[in-house]
Design a protein around this ligand. Structure first.
Ligand code: PHE
Length: 361
């Protein structure tokens, strides 16, 4: 008996000394595991006479229970300790004051992008993305720009060194000059019906009051079996009314030319100049804001879509330009100068909602 008492004392001491869950588990295996000390004693029962076996058997079972209880108690204590240490380490002082003054602001471009996404989302458009570094095929050829066409020069393209692994027009790398490239990616990857917008950076080598070498565009593409110019007009005039918050905004479409749309148009919105201030809405003047048209059959063909079965419209708009009109920002270049005073003045608070409410006159 006394040997059992001694074994119990020895095991309980090692249980108490275990300082983490892993060493506690090691102790358990040494005592109660297949080759553990208690298990060894259990195995010796077979060689004993019946009385001795009964007595010894009961004592060993008690010992097993006692050790198990000890181990469970130790495990609970270790877990509690671990939790207390974690809580102490992750403590936050809730009484600390917040910063007195808001430091950052949302850039007007980011705000305008959020507003555009919110409006087009209500019309069922989803978001598409494409790369800023493009090849000649996606920026020009697939969009029906003939080789040597002057429009290629009109875009003042930034060319990059050729891609050594590319072939032909896919080797010519450039910074995309418009987001129409994403039309091609989408039509190559998705089957109609298609209804997407994409918003992002575009690049042209140009710099003055109304041009910066990097600017943003939003592009829309709708392809279906019966989509027509009436859908285009309704979609874009609804967008402009919501975006500028003027429910009776006059709009007009003028014939224009883009290689990738036929017919092509430019859209103007009504505006007035009062006391030197520009106001969007009914007035004596028109302001051009976007290019659009019915997707050219060649573009559909270039992307593997049958123009006999499908047709659709596309549009592209400069984001800075409409942000300038909406928020009264006079000079495009200031968008990218990171002047902290400009950002404080024209920036938006982080909690502000996209401003898409209609202003009723
Ligand atoms: N990609 C044209 C531009 O940058 C705009 C446009 C897009 C026109 C889609 C028609 C259709 O000027």
């Amino acid at each position: 008996m006394s040997s059992i008492e001694a074994l119990k004392k020895e095991i309980v001491e090692t249980v108490q000394a275990a300082n983490d869950m892993q060493s506690l588990e090691d102790v358990r295996i040494q005592a109660l595991g297949k080759k553990g000390k208690v298990t060894d004693l259990m195995k010796s029962l077979g060689g004993m006479d019946p009385d001795q076996r009964r007595e010894m058997g009961q004592a060993l079972n008690r010992l097993k229970d006692e050790i198990t209880t000890e181990i469970e108690a130790r495990a609970a204590a270790l877990k509690r300790k671990e939790m207390e240490e974690r809580l102490a380490g992750e403590k936050l002082d809730m009484t600390l004051s917040t910063r007195p003054e808001q430091q950052g602001s949302i850039h007007p471009i980011s705000q305008t992008i959020e507003e555009m996404i919110a409006i087009f989302a209500t019309m069922g458009f989803t978001l598409a993305e494409g790369p800023e570094i493009e090849d000649d095929f996606h920026n020009f050829t697939a969009l029906n720009f003939p080789p040597e066409h002057p429009a290629r020069q009109m875009h003042d393209t930034f060319y990059l060194p050729n891609d050594p692994n590319g072939k032909g027009e896919e080797a010519t790398r450039l910074l995309r000059t418009h987001t129409s490239t994403v039309q091609i990616h989408v039509m190559q990857e998705q089957k109609p019906p298609i209804r997407v917008i994409t918003l992002g950076r575009t690049f042209r080598s140009d710099y003055d009051m109304t041009h910066t070498p990097m600017f943003h565009q939003v592009e829309g593409l709708v392809i279906d079996k019966t989509t027509h110019m009436g859908h285009l007009k309704h979609c874009l005039s609804t967008f402009c009314k919501k975006f500028f918050g003027v429910s009776d905004l006059p709009v007009r479409f003028r014939p224009s030319y883009f290689p990738f749309t036929e017919p092509s148009a430019e859209m103007d919105i009504g505006c007035a100049v009062n006391d030197g201030k520009l106001e969007i809405g009914a007035g004596q003047n028109w302001m051009e804001i976007l290019g659009c048209g019915m997707v050219h059959p060649n573009v559909l063909k270039n992307c593997g879509i049958d123009p006999e079965e499908y047709q659709g419209f596309a549009f592209g708009m400069g984001i800075e330009r409409v942000a300038m009109l909406k928020y009264g920002i006079p000079d495009l270049r200031t968008f990218f100068e990171s002047d902290i005073r400009w950002l404080r003045h024209y920036g938006f608070g982080p909690a502000e909602q996209p401003n898409t409410a209609l202003r009723s006159e």
